[in-house]
Design a protein around this ligand. Structure first.
Ligand code: SF4
Length: 326
């Protein structure tokens, strides 16, 4: 990661704001496993109010099994050490998020979504974690395609755990997926798109290619480059959305009860969006979304029938701004 370029860009936005050329400075964020972070970089991240998402897949065993460095060494200790360094240097804990990719390796070790939440709460003090199913070829040994029943059970357990924590502890311990769906249900927000790519994000690669999201890095998907005009970029983004991102484009979405509320990821359809592969992760993503939505609705209807519980739910949710889990 080129932190000098990142700092240059942050400075440039500050300069534009000082010259009244922009109304506000964007929110800066970095997704990293943290292994290259130094004290100097932490100072820069604090100075520009960055949020950091650290990718970590679980405890030492799981992380070292799934994520090794170029020399074949597990990355858990390094990430753990860098996380502590961030906290010791005063990086605000509420600006750190954890992102965890759930795989068949978790299932083999009988690690549920709730187990992961408990682990990250105890060891990192973080209560809201982004846990997403792996997007990978169905023949890969880490694929979840053949384990939908287990995923359903773990998802139901996660939803119950999230609501029980709200009602019993008056705090939130949950996944960003659960909270996102809850937020959309309560605020009556409909989501006609598969994922946010190109809608609230674009990504600029080091060769100047602009893509709807960083997940398409290295792919043929592009909406232009640094020489493109703003109008060209806007037109290309619109074309991308109309061609790939609208739910009504997909037969399976047309009749799905989750279609107004679910939020997925276009990479779960594989590397070639012109020939979507449902078993690349979209099957697990949809299982999780549909199970979450029906389980959340059930719990909401139950809670609504008890005034005290309903008030507690609202009180706790109001304490947490949506930016914690959007
Ligand atoms: S859950 Fe899956 S099938 Fe259902 S609308 Fe969402 S993306 Fe489509």
């Amino acid at each position: 990661m080129n932190f000098q370029v990142i700092e240059y860009i942050c400075n440039y936005f500050n300069q534009l704001k000082n010259e009244n050329k922009i109304d506000y400075i964007p929110r800066f964020a970095v997704i990293t496993n943290g292994t290259t972070i130094t004290d100097q970089i932490i100072d820069m991240l604090i100075k520009y109010n960055f949020t950091i998402t650290i990718s970590i897949d679980g405890d030492e065993f799981i992380q070292n099994y799934l994520r090794i460095d170029k020399l074949g060494h597990g990355t858990f200790n390094k990430i753990n050490e860098k996380y502590k360094q961030l906290i010791e240097k005063g990086f605000p804990k509420n600006s750190i998020g954890l992102e965890c990719t759930y795989t068949k390796a978790h299932i083999d070790k009988k690690i549920s979504f709730v187990d992961l939440l408990n682990y990250f709460h105890t060891n990192f003090g973080i209560d809201i974690v982004h846990i997403a199913p792996v997007c990978i070829d169905s023949n890969n040994k880490l694929s979840l395609s053949n384990y939908q029943d287990i995923i359903i059970n773990y998802t139901k357990e996660l939803v119950d755990y999230s609501f029980d924590t709200i009602l019993n502890e008056k705090s939130i311990k949950s996944s960003s997926f659960v909270l996102g769906i809850l937020d959309r249900l309560i605020s009556n927000t409909q989501v006609p798109y598969i994922c946010p790519a190109g809608l609230n994000s674009v990504s600029v690669a080091k060769d100047g290619i602009i893509r709807p999201c960083f997940v398409f890095s290295g792919s043929d998907i592009s909406i232009g480059n640094l020489q493109s005009t703003m109008d060209e970029l806007k037109d290309n983004l619109k074309d991308f959305t109309l061609k790939y991102n609208e739910k009504h484009l997909y037969e399976k979405c047309k009749e799905c009860y989750a279609r107004n509320v679910c939020s997925s990821c276009l990479t779960s359809y594989g590397d070639n969006l012109d020939e979507p592969d449902f078993y690349h992760g979209a099957d697990s993503m949809c299982t999780i979304m549909k199970t979450m939505i029906s389980s959340i609705l059930l719990r909401l209807s139950e809670i609504k029938s008890n005034k005290e519980n309903w008030n507690t739910l609202n009180e706790v949710l109001n304490k947490y701004s949506t930016c914690h889990y959007c």
